[in-house]
Design a protein around this ligand. Sequence first.
Ligand code: IMP
Ligand code: MG
Length: 177
Amino acid sequence: MIKETDLEILFPEEIIQTEIAKLGIKLNNIYKNEELYIICVLKGSIMFTVDLSKHLKMPLRMEFIKLSSYGSGFTSTGKVSAVDIALPDLNNKNVLIIEDIIDTGHTAQFLMNFINHNFKTNSIKFVSLLDKKCKREVDINPDFYCFEIDDKFLVGYGLDYDGYYRNIPYIGYVKEV
Ligand code: IMP
Ligand code: MG
């Protein structure tokens, strides 16, 4: 069990919030007054979705789906399971998927395929708070991201280790001992 004192801060709360505010401005410029459906991928994206949504000025609908790709601990299984993926009719809608982190890319690919298979959206874009580009196994990149990171296991601000640390307001990693 990792303790909070074992964590090194990588992105302090203020830096995260500054980047999210900048992203909000960018999205407001892109979508203008068009209606937007944001899709929060639970559980990891909860903090990011809530904070980002407060900056968005277009008519906004918030949807929540639950996927899981990590078993327990530090490694990605590469397998994505849809735990709860009930979505409204997204035909002709502008859709923005909100992820906490893109690692191997399997989750992002699964979701893009799922939505494109079931709906003919007006537009579909993908935003991730964090991008672990060096770990990518499939050819997919977010349209927007706030931070690019190395191959470190991060926790906090929605990200968990075995279900813990999601509530920490900053993003940190486990110190090498
Ligand atoms: P992917 O399918 O490998 O891209 O994994 C995406 C999911 O894995 C994310 O939505 C997270 O839930 C989880 N994940 C990937 N890297 C980390 C990490 O460093 N800390 C915590 N969760 C992670
Ligand atoms: Mg996630």
